[in-house]
Design a protein around this ligand. Structure first.
Ligand code: ATP
Length: 202
């Protein structure tokens, strides 16, 4: 799945609605210091389900909302939307209905954030799995931010293995295995209760 178009509104320094087309091949973002290059990358990571405000250089998640300047008042809402190319139809079955997939995350002061895929409300986990299956995600080494290369070089072997699993697109399988194990455990507990009830009735 390729990233096609990124739309931001009210996210950090991107107070006005902005739209970026993402072409095939390597994408580099250039500009003077403080123009918002890192904010752009952070908007992608936020959309993909980043839940740590600290890793987005904030104290709380609402810090991603435009905080105002001397000339412009702060905003109460921020939204990031990403259009994915799904012509190869590799998306999970429930989102695989069209050649394009729209993913969005929205945050409102005091109300928290919500995700949508193709206009439908979804869980954070659904968004994280969608990107994990596409071998990317909020912590993907494909998004190279400042200090990231040093962190990868110094990473512990277990953490490097996680990076490789993410790059291979199998990170989502671990999440699904954990889910399946929990469901299995719940089913076993229910069976035990049922057999207790049945023996009580005999
Ligand atoms: P450098 O090249 O120095 O790394 P950069 O282009 O990566 O800079 P960013 O770090 O993305 O720049 O953007 C920094 C700017 O974003 C600062 O001017 C900062 O005030 C602004 N900024 C960050 N968060 C917010 C926010 N919530 N509201 C308004 N502006 C914000």
């Amino acid at each position: 799945m390729k990233f096609r178009r990124l739309r931001l509104s009210g996210f950090k320094s991107f107070v006005d609605a902005a739209e970026l087309r993402i072409e095939d091949g390597l994408t580099g973002v250039v500009g003077p210091n403080g123009c918002g290059k890192s904010n752009l990358l952070e908007s992608l990571r936020w959309l993909m389900g980043e839940s740590s405000a600290k890793s987005l250089r904030g104290a709380g998640m609402e810090d991603v909302i435009f905080a105002g300047t001397d000339r412009r008042p702060s905003r109460d809402v921020a939204e990031v939307q990403l259009q994915l190319d799904n012509k190869d139809r590799k998306a999970p079955a429930q989102f695989n209905e069209s050649d394009e997939i729209d993913v969005s995350r929205h945050i409102e002061r005091g109300l928290g954030s919500a995700y949508r895929i193709n206009g439908r409300d979804v869980r954070q986990k659904d968004v994280q799995l969608l990107f994990a299956d596409a071998a990317t995600g909020a912590h993907s080494p494909a998004l190279v931010s400042q200090g990231r290369i040093g962190a990868i070089i110094n990473a512990k072997p277990q953490d490097r293995r996680k990076l490789l699993e993410e790059a291979a697109g199998i990170a989502g399988l671990h999440v699904r295995r954990k889910d399946a194990e929990q469901r299995l455990k719940a089913a076993e507990t229910n069976l035990e209760r049922l057999s207790d009830m049945l023996s009580g009735m005999e």
